[in-house]
Design a protein around this ligand. Structure first.
Ligand code: SAM
Length: 323
């Protein structure tokens, strides 16, 4: 395709490209070309003051069609690394899988055969298209996670929430992540605060395996990984500055253990699933009752909806201080 260009030396190339981008005159439909020691930067109209101007034939940049463009609608899917997951109730699953697998970034399309469930909060997955695997590499908040999605719980929908909690940690804090999974809270915090000490607990042996691998991948050494029931493991821990309780369906059963682990003045970040008519108050009442029996007082510092969970139901978080 013919296009005007500006000829600059390779050394000046990146600086000029940025300036031309700022002016909005780069021809984004074609590729920059090399001519010996010079670069030909395609532009939509001639402009003076950057270098010699000319006209030449440029290679067109082939744009990938999005699944939305192929299908004509926006499919309900979950993307984790190079894997896409489609719900088992999706009638257009084969058509969606075909559109997804045409994307460079998607290598496998899975169907969730069951909802997330059981103690380990996992689901049955089957391969619908692409490579036969359920393991992927996922990047979030500057960390990398290897996860087998059929063996360990994971959702990318909590990425912002994890960053919000990580922002509250201070130099030298002791953080206990009672239900750590593959480590998206623990590893982010340990990596962001090398002076903090993070204890990551999970009962699922596969979660522990991936936690260890992810600690290595992210080069964190201030992370202590403990396998077992959080209630038992918490019996050996005291003085935590922050306790993360991300087991939304049954977290209340572990509240007593968490209250014993946190120091006076420390914080608990408690996740739950709540009905829209009674998002926080019922839960706060129950937490208060448990705290009272331990002669502790709780003061909510933040209450928030994290994401919609099901019709009329929300995944919520209550951050509270214990004294
Ligand atoms: N925090 C992780 C995340 O954001 O991806 C995982 C959260 S997932 C909802 C809950 C995790 O708690 C699962 O990995 C499950 O194996 C673990 N779990 C369930 N019951 C447990 C228990 N009694 N003690 C320790 N871990 C438990």
């Amino acid at each position: 395709m013919d296009s005007f260009y500006i000829e600059v030396s390779k050394i000046e190339g990146e600086k000029t490209r940025k300036e031309l981008t700022g002016l909005g005159i780069i021809n984004k439909g074609v590729k920059i070309k090399q001519a010996g020691e010079m670069l030909l930067i395609p532009i939509i109209s001639p402009v003076k003051g950057f270098g010699d101007i000319g006209k030449a034939d440029f290679e067109i940049i082939e744009k990938e069609e999005t699944p939305e463009q192929i299908l004509g609608f926006s499919p309900a899917i979950e993307k984790i690394g190079d894997i896409a997951i489609i719900d088992r109730h999706e009638p257009d699953a084969p058509k969606i899988a075909e559109a997804l697998i045409r994307q460079k970034k998607i290598k496998t399309v899975l169907v969730a055969q069951t909802p997330v469930g059981g103690e380990y909060r996992i689901r049955e997955l089957s391969v619908l298209a692409g490579e036969t695997r359920t393991e992927t590499l996922y990047k979030e908040n500057g960390c990398r996670y290897r996860i087998d999605l059929s063996k360990v719980y994971f959702t990318p929908r909590l990425a912002t929430e994890r960053a919000r909690i990580a922002d509250q940690i201070k130099y030298g804090d002791l953080v206990v992540d009672m239900f750590a999974g593959a480590g998206p809270f623990s590893i982010l915090i340990a990596k962001k605060y090398p002076q903090a000490h993070v204890i990551a607990i999970d009962k699922n042996p596969d979660a522990i395996k991936y936690l260890r691998e992810n600690a290595r991948l992210n080069k964190v050494i201030n992370l202590e990984i403990r396998e077992g029931d959080a209630r038992d493991i918490c019996m050996d821990i005291t003085g935590a500055d922050h306790v993360i309780m991300n087991l939304p369906h049954s977290g209340l059963d572990f509240m007593e253990a968490a209250l014993k682990v946190v120091r006076k003045g420390g914080f608990i970040h408690f996740y739950a699933i709540s009905h829209e008519d009674e998002l926080f108050n019922g839960l706060l009442l129950k937490i208060n009752q448990i705290a009272k029996q331990l002669h502790l007082v709780i003061t909510p510092v933040d209450k928030k909806i994290v994401r919609p969970y099901a019709p009329y139901q929300y995944n919520i978080c209550i951050d509270f201080q214990v004294s």
